[in-house]
Design a protein around this ligand. Structure first.
Ligand code: COI
Length: 355
């Protein structure tokens, strides 16, 4: 494996104190990881360096055609001072799945894992410990060729930056309100919906703003062909508990294969709760909401963790889920996932990786 060179900062920044609210994605640590790709040479020069601005030509391909991939995972500090990552192997696997779809060269898994561990270790003092906080890890790759023709780039930069974070939604664990979008779509099967790449997120912004103006946190996307089947929310996958069964849209090529989604499915099954990964139509959902069969709704994601949904809106109909508060299963999932992540609950599944 390539050796990671380390250059420590000589100008460390102040670490946010315990009372800082840690608004998601606003503060960055002292160091970052960088590695370059050159055609013919492969990935080379892995290094940890002080967090810094980038110098790129304005013609760099990422600015024009959006050839980029990103990931998101978190590091946690346990009460006994260990640093834990949660299922980082799944993020690395998904990163290379995205890379293949986006024509970005795959990143060797061993160096990827080592890079995450080493950069987190160097900035371990930045891992916040207050309840609901963690160190968000953002690996990403950008295409750097100075070129305006449309083709995959011959050069890339892979970076990992770190950000101490609190809850993704200002609501915290309070249920969010979600709008089922019937005008725009996020992705279509055969497109890039399954890849973690900026294009999918910029596609969501117009409807997200529309939803915000009406007091909704996020939009829930319908499939791009029939506009009938539920897909995912802007920053999370979605789950419904209908008459005691957990139902989530099956992966179909346009939905992101979330690590927390997979975790929810595996946990529910281990508790004997029936889980169905299948198509869920908006009609089925409306009917379930109307008849009271829709017992709970929650979103899952690295940033969002488990985020209960209290209200759903579709066209002019607004449905309150249960009593509008957090459901029993959503709370149990939140407690179990965060308990395992923080080393407070025994990790029977072998999901955590110590740094
Ligand atoms: C994550 O949950 O890590 C994500 O990448 C969602 C992001 C848009 C905040």
């Amino acid at each position: 494996m390539l050796e990671i060179k380390i250059e420590k900062t000589t100008n460390p920044k102040p670490i946010p104190d315990k009372d800082n609210p840690l608004v998601f994605g606003t503060i960055f640590t002292d160091h970052m990881f960088e590695m370059d790709y050159t055609d013919g040479k492969g990935w080379h020069d892995p290094r940890i360096v002080p967090y810094h601005n980038l110098e790129l030509e304005p013609s760099a391909m990422v600015f024009h055609y959006g050839q980029e991939m990103f990931e998101g995972l978190k590091a946690y500090k346990t009460e006994d001072g260990r640093i834990l990552l949660f299922r980082p192997d799944k993020n690395i696997e998904r990163a290379n799945h995205s890379n293949r779809r986006l024509m970005i060269p795959e990143i060797p898994e061993d160096i990827f894992m080592e890079a995450i561990k080493q950069v987190v270790k160097i900035d371990e003092a930045w891992i916040p410990t207050k309840e609901g906080t963690s160190l968000y890890i953002r690996p990403f790759v950008i295409a750097t060729d100075p070129f305006l023709g449309v083709r995959p780039s011959y050069t890339y930069k892979f970076m990992i930056i770190l950000s101490p974070v609190g809850a993704y939604y200002p609501e915290g664990l309070d249920p969010v309100k979600i709008w089922i979008e019937d005008e725009y779509v996020r992705a279509v099967r055969g497109g890039i919906g399954e890849a973690k790449t900026g294009g999918n997120y910029v596609a969501s912004m117009a409807s997200q703003m529309k939803a915000h103006e009406e007091g909704y946190s996020q939009v829930l996307w319908l499939d791009g062909v029939e506009r009938k089947y539920i897909e995912e929310v802007g920053a999370m996958n979605i789950f419904f508990k209908i008459n005691g069964t957990v139902v989530t849209p099956m992966l179909n090529g346009s939905i992101l294969s979330g690590v927390t989604r997979r975790t929810c499915i595996e946990l529910c099954k281990s508790w004997g709760v029936p889980v169905e990964e299948r198509k869920v139509s908006v009609d089925e959902l409306e009917e379930a909401a109307r008849t009271g069969a829709l017992e709970e709704v929650w979103g899952s994601g690295t940033a969002a963790v488990i985020s209960p949904v209290g209200h759903l809106r579709y066209e002019d109909d607004v449905f309150q889920i249960g009593d509008g508060g957090i459901g029993e299963l959503s709370q149990k999932l939140y407690d179990t996932v965060t308990g395992i992540q923080l080393g407070k609950i025994e990790d029977k599944f072998g999901w955590t990786v110590e740094v």
